[in-house]
Design a protein around this ligand. Sequence first.
Ligand code: FE2
Ligand code: FE2
Length: 198
Amino acid sequence: MPPRLELRSRTPSSWAARTAARLPELLGDHAACELQAAVFALALVGSYAADTLLVDRLSALAAEELRHFRRVAREARRAGGGIPARRRNPYVASLRKACRSGREPEQGLDLLLVGALVEARSHERLAALVPFLADQRLARLYDELAHDEERHGPAYVELAVRHAGEDRTASRLDELLDLEAAALAAARTTAAAVHSAP
Ligand SMILES: [Fe+2]
Ligand SMILES: [Fe+2]
């Protein structure tokens, strides 16, 4: 059985209501997230270029994230918001800080699992926003994007298992799931953001 990617905290609807009420800001932050997801996947493609399956899967994933970026960026512009050029994402930053480096399979394992966790949380957050988006067109877009993100987390876990084996993946995922919930709870910001603390 592949390790289960089950987040250890749930986003309350109060977060979704508050965040959906600040639409231009949310869309700008969300567009930046989609772009970051594409860049992250492509960086892994570059680092593990000899791994044919990883290259195929993550380049396809990056292409999908780039299509998401273009759609959300268009909505951000339509809503009158901009895409932040240099945006801090303290949630992702603390997950990246936990990544081990300099030795394999630990380095690849941690990066692939961080990819899995950010994708799983993004899926949870986009799905939580859907009922609070008054504009039906936007609600449909978020629903569609949430469906796509739902596949991405398990895709990263599958690559992690291939990279480091099932046991090592399961025990590291167990540690990182706790860290993920703590990182999100600590990501306090006044901005409307996909990965802000509830
Ligand atoms: Fe995406
Ligand atoms: Fe994704």
